[in-house]
Design a protein. Structure first.
Length: 127
């Protein structure tokens, strides 16, 4: 399955996008002589989006590193994520967190050089 972030296409999604909890502006106050807290509640906004992702079928580790560099160049780009028929507007790409020890050459000869980890974005709004 593939999906896009702006003009960049990710082609090897291993699961689905996971949308985290939305942030809530909340200021908690306590005052002398008062047994309770005071809560000032603001708006609900923003959350993290992440998804498991695998890079595979690279002929050598150099080509795998080139692909990772192309993804890293997207860090800071804000665009819509489109997957299937769903759109998540105004998502800023935070990067790819490679799983420690995940980079290896597939011994079967089928998948070449592989690594996996998590793609991460910050979703600016609510849907």
């Amino acid at each position: 399955m593939s999906f896009t972030h702006g003009s960049f296409t990710f082609t090897q999604l291993r699961g689905s996008l996971i949308v985290g909890e939305f942030d809530l502006d909340l200021q908690i106050g306590q005052f002398p002589g008062v047994n309770r807290e005071s809560h000032l509640v603001g708006g609900v906004h923003g959350s993290e989006i992440h998804c498991p992702y695998i890079f595979s079928n690279y002929s050598d580790e150099t080509n795998l590193e080139i692909a990772l560099r192309e993804v890293r160049q997207q860090i800071g780009v804000t665009a819509d994520i489109v997957i299937d028929s769903r759109t998540y507007p105004d998502c800023t790409f935070l990067g790819f967190s490679e799983q420690p020890g995940a980079r290896f050459e597939d011994g079967s000869g089928e998948h070449g050089w592989i690594t996996n980890g998590m793609l991460r974005w910050r979703f600016a709004g609510i849907y």
